[in-house]
Design a protein around this ligand. Structure first.
Ligand SMILES: Nc1nc2c(ncn2[C@@H]2O[C@H](COP(=O)(O)OP(=O)(O)OP(=O)(O)O)[C@@H](O)[C@H]2O)c(=O)[nH]1
Ligand SMILES: [Mg+2]
Length: 302
C-alpha cells in the first residue's frame, strides 16, 4: 500500500477557529480554545488519519500586527509553520470577511512565493447567510489564487470531512511521520500548562491573559497511579497576582479545579494539581520563558 503523509498549516487571524479546526480534525482536544484572540502562542501539532494518509495539522498563533517581543515571536512561529508545510489552509471568518488583517495575510502569502498549495477555508459559516458566503468566496478568490475553497464550520463540523479528504489527496507519498496511535507531539507537561492557561484566560478579563504565562515545574508519579503536578503562573505585576488569586484565593481555586478536571479526563488518571502565582516583572524578556512555551526567543527581536 502506498501511504501518504505531510504537514497542513492552519493560518489566519486570531480567533479565526484554527485550534477548533485542529481539534475537530484530530478528534480530541490537543490545542486550547477560548473566545479571546491570541489564545494559541506556539505551533501545536495534531495528527489525523484519512484513508492511507496521515495528516499532521499545524495549529499556529493568529497573525496580527505584533507590538511586544512575545507577539513577534508568536507571529514568526505562525509564518514559520506556514513556510514548512506541504499545504497551507487560510481560515477566514465568514461574518468578518476581508478585514485589514486578512489583507495583510494575503500579502504575506504572496511573499511566500510560487509553487505552494494554499487553500481557503471560510469558517463559522453557521453565523452567516448563504449569499454572504458566496460573495465573500468570490472576493477572496479574486484577491488570491487559492487551490481550492471550502466553506466550513469547525465548531459544528460542517464541510470538515470534505476538507480532510481533499487534504489527504494533496499529501506527498511517503511513510507516516508518527505512530498510528499518536495524536499530538506536545510534551505532557506543556499540554498541562496549556490547559491551565486556558482556564485562566477564560476567567480573567481584558489584558490579563496576555500578561501571564504558565509553566509545569514538577511532575511526580505516585505509587497509587496518580500524579502530582506543580505549576507556576508568572505574572508581571503585583496587582496582577492579586487578581489571579482572587478574593480569598477563589479565582485560582476555581481555575485549579477546572484544569485538574480536564487533565484527569485527558490523562485518564487522578491528578493533584498545585498552582503557585509568582510575580516576575520581566518574564516577557526572558529566553527561558519562550523555550518553555515552544517559541524562539530570538524571533522576538525587533
Ligand atoms: N460560531 C462558530 N464559532 C466558532 C467556529 N469555530 C470556532 N469558533 C469559536 O471561535 C472562537 C475562537 O476559536 P479558536 O479555535 O480558539 O480560534 P484560533 O484561530 O485558534 O484563535 P487564536 O489561537 O487566538 O489565534 C472560539 O470561541 C470558538 O468556539 C465555528 O465554526 N462557528
Ligand atoms: Mg488557537
Amino acid at each position: 500500500m502506498t501511504t501518504r503523509a505531510g504537514f497542513v498549516a492552519l493560518i489566519g487571524e486570531p480567533n479565526a477557529g484554527k485550534s477548533t479546526l485542529t481539534n475537530r480534525m484530530v478528534g480530541a482536544k490537543v490545542s486550547i480554545v477560548t473566545h479571546k484572540v491570541q489564545t494559541t502562542r506556539a505551533r501545536i501539532r495534531g495528527v489525523a488519519l484519512e484513508g492511507d494518509a496521515q495528516l499532521v495539522f499545524v495549529d499556529t498563533p493568529g497573525l496580527f500586527t505584533p507590538r511586544r517581543r512575545l507577539d513577534r515571536a508568536m507571529v514568526a512561529a505562525a509564518w514559520g509553520g506556514a513556510a514548512d508545510a506541504d499545504v497551507i489552509v487560510l481560515l477566514v471568518e465568514a461574518h468578518r470577511g476581508i478585514t485589514e488583517g486578512v489583507e495583510r495575510i494575503l500579502d504575506g502569502l504572496g511573499d511566500l512565493g510560487q509553487g505552494r498549495t494554499i487553500a481557503l477555508a471560510i469558517n463559522k459559516i453557521d453565523r452567516v447567510k448563504a449569499e454572504v458566503l458566496l460573495a465573500l468566496s468570490q472576493s477572496l478568490n479574486e484577491r488570491f489564487t487559492f487551490a481550492k475553497t471550502f466553506m466550513i464550520s469547525a465548531e459544528r463540523g460542517y464541510g470538515v470531512d470534505d476538507l480532510r479528504e481533499w487534504l489527504a489527496g494533496e499529501m506527498p507519498e511517503g511513510p507516516w511521520l508518527y505512530p498510528e496511535d499518536q495524536i499530538a507531539d506536545l510534551p505532557l507537561r506543556m499540554i498541562a500548562a496549556e490547559i491551565t492557561r486556558e482556564k485562566l484566560t477564560l476567567r480573567l478579563h481584558q489584558e490579563l491573559p496576555y500578561q501571564l504565562t504558565v509553566e509545569t515545574e514538577k511532575w511526580e508519579e505516585r505509587k497509587d497511579g496518580s500524579a502530582r503536578i506543580d505549576q507556576v503562573v508568572y505574572v508581571s505585576r503585583d496587582g496582577h497576582k492579586g487578581i489571579v488569586l482572587g478574593k480569598r484565593g477563589e479565582t485560582i481555586k476555581a481555575v485549579s479545579q477546572a484544569a485538574r478536571q480536564e487533565l484527569e479526563d485527558f490523562l485518564g488518571r487522578r491528578i493533584h494539581l498545585f498552582l503557585q502565582v509568582k510575580v516576575r516583572e520581566n518574564w516577557q524578556e526572558e529566553a527561558e520563558r519562550y523555550s518553555e512555551m515552544g517559541l524562539d526567543f530570538r524571533d522576538g527581536n525587533s
